[in-house]
Design a protein around this ligand. Sequence first.
Ligand code: RIB
Ligand code: CA
Length: 309
Amino acid sequence: MAKKIMIDCDVGVDDALALILAFHSPELKVEAVTGVNGNVPIEMVFTNIQKVLSLIKPKKKPLIAKGADRPLMGQPLYAHSVHGKSGLGEATIEMEEGQEWWKSFAGSADQLITRFAYQFPGELTLIAIGPLTNLALAILRDPKGFKKLKEIVIMGGAVRANGNVTPFAEFNIFSDPLAAKMVLKSGLPMTLVPLDVTHQVCLTPSLIEERIMPMNNPFSEFTIDAIGYDVQSRRFRRETDFIYLHDPLAVGVVIKQDLVKKERLSLDIETEEGDHFGQILKTEGTPNIEVCLEVDSKGFLDLFLTKLG
Ligand code: RIB
Ligand code: CA
């Protein structure tokens, strides 16, 4: 029986790869995709969700909804340097006029989250791969509805690893630490997929040359353009030697639990301004989340590349 899931994302490059993986995994049934301000502004995130769905052409069209255009507090923080001007790197997807590979939901993302939680009580896994603003808004507006979710899987944070925005904080949490703090306190079964494991799953030039380029399909070509790999010079256009598959791993963990080793920890978030703003804090309280601290990198990369092919 396929797992019913919703994906809350800030389509960026690795979010797009996570969507491609999710829709090509018979283990999952993607009921909805919601957008949140993060890597790029919300309007661009929402357009990118539609573009990636136009590439995927899902048999069963998911509902899509637009969410928060800024964090609960403070200003939006974008990551165009990583995801490019459009949020999809160097990839371009032409959408056919009038052909919609989605069903539009009239309300906001947080309303769609609780709507589906009521519709499938205790059955819905919410995979959050952007800042957690939409989840926090759902908790604020309808805490009872939010609690009907089965579980939440979050790509975010850095527990023993360094951060990627500051030495202590990871982008999704740093973008809205107050939201992250609220989600951690929600009491739902939660799994955290932090940089500790996502920094162990990356696409390198040799993997691209040996495994992705020979695939010659629309998804492999999209991947090469989106991650900005230059096939002539055989290296990335951006100053980097590899691309981390942060968001695809959060989907991978839902497809195949044994890809990771988890530890139950009690975590909180630093929401005070200062050097540690947005840091994940281990506390003495009751454990509130399963944290992935080890990953079978080869196993995940095989799964990802097999589905991409
Ligand atoms: O820190 C990595 C996370 O931030 C990923 O979800 C990436 O898409 C960005 O949102
Ligand atoms: Ca993301």
